[in-house]
Design a binder for this molecule. Structure first.
Ligand code: UDP
Ligand code: MG
Length: 339
């Protein structure tokens, strides 16, 4: 009796075990949160592309606390193709952390990061690898359009990137996202950045290296819905802005200076007016308005301060970035993150 099931789309070719290298040329890192239904279609598309453009590769799936049986499928997929490995978290830690874990576990000379929902076309990886072989160390996909996203999300995303362009300390290439190839040097640099609030798009740009973008049209999500709510996108946007700019803190210095100067001018005006026309008592409206206005400004500025203090608090606790629940096909202690 043969064990091979013919309806399993992942069994495209039985890999030659001798091809499995301890140091593959290319690693693919895929963060996954409840993507069970996308897993097999993705593998089925990825394997032929990779076999066509490299001798040795591995695919590292990071299961970000899924509860839809993703790990069971990963176990089955690993059994049929040992070039596929996986690491799972003890709970959902978020996509940014899942990417960090993928980079920690990937062994390739170059690492490609991509989404699990087939919005990132696997064919583009061949072009990434070609440019990498030409000497580029940070090859990113540039999304032509935000296909498959609601108009509201598109507008808000655009506003966020405009804000970032205005205040961020680094320049983000327009349209560049997580779909990219990173040379080992860039991966090592990213792994050395111990920050907890990880805004990957900013970090990729921060590490620099020889970079180039390739345009692509992002497809519709294959199965399921986006794993990001407006709430989590807002938190992500705040994290991104606050880890790459101190402008929200600094602006209060200038606002404070402006208000103090304006109040000096006002004081001079009242002095002259009182000296000329004598004392007049009315002024309840202007008084209450200015009290409320400045109380508002003070609470708001305290809030901004609080945002930064909260982030400092998260950083100084030095908690591990993620906790591993299980590793499939990856050497290592199952309980702790790799050093
Ligand atoms: N993802 C993740 N953890 C999360 C949310 C998302 O690993 O907490 C993964 C998700 O499974 C997918 C990728 O990140 O592979 C992009 O997510 P999604 O497609 O939902 O984002 P969108 O395309 O809406 O920006
Ligand atoms: Mg998506």
């Amino acid at each position: 009796m043969t064990q091979t099931s013919t309806d399993d789309p992942t069994i495209l070719s039985q890999p030659d075990k001798s091809k499995i290298s301890a140091n593959p040329q290319i690693s693919i890192v895929v963060p996954m949160f409840n993507e069970a239904e996308n897993l097999r279609p993705l593998v089925a598309e990825l394997i032929p592309v990779l076999e066509g453009c490299t001798d040795s590769f591995e695919i590292v799936f990071v299961d970000d606390g899924s509860h839809d049986g993703t790990m069971d499928i990963l176990r089955a997929v690993h059994a049929t193709d040992p070039r596929i490995s996986a690491v799972s978290f003890s709970r959902n830690f978020g996509k940014e952390v899942a990417i960090a874990a993928g980079l920690d576990h990937a062994r390739g000379d170059a690492v490609v990061i991509m989404d699990a929902d087939l919005q990132h076309p696997p064919e583009l990886i061949a072009s990434f690898i070609k440019l990498w072989k030409e000497g580029y160390q940070n090859v990113y996909g540039i999304r032509n359009d935000r296909e498959g996203y609601s108009p509201m999300r598109r507008v808000l995303t655009e506003k966020f990137y405009n804000l970032f362009a205005m205040f961020g300390e680094i320049r983000l290439p327009p349209g560049a996202g997580d779909f990219r190839l990173l040379d080992r040097k860039a991966v090592s640099a990213l792994r050395a950045m111990g920050e907890r609030a990880r805004f990957s798009k900013g970090l990729y740009a921060w590490v620099g290296f020889r970079s180039i973008g390739i345009p692509f049209t992002s497809a519709e999500r294959a199965f399921g819905n986006s794993k990001f709510s407006y709430g989590s996108l807002t938190r992500f946007a705040l994290d991104g802005l606050m880890s790459f700019t101190v402008v929200p803190l600094r602006m209060w210095t200038f606002i404070g200076m402006f208000v103090s100067m304006a109040s000096l001018v006002l004081a001079a005006y009242y002095l002259i007016r009182t000296a000329t026309y004598g004392v007049d008592v009315p002024g309840y409206a202007s008084l209450i308005v200015s009290i409320l206005f400045f109380a508002g400004i003070q609470i708001f500025s305290l809030g901004v301060l609080g945002e930064y203090v909260g982030r400092i608090f998260a950083e100084v606790k030095r908690r591990p970035l993620y906790l591993v629940a299980e590793r499939i096909g990856i050497e290592g202690d199952n309980d702790t993150p790799l050093p």
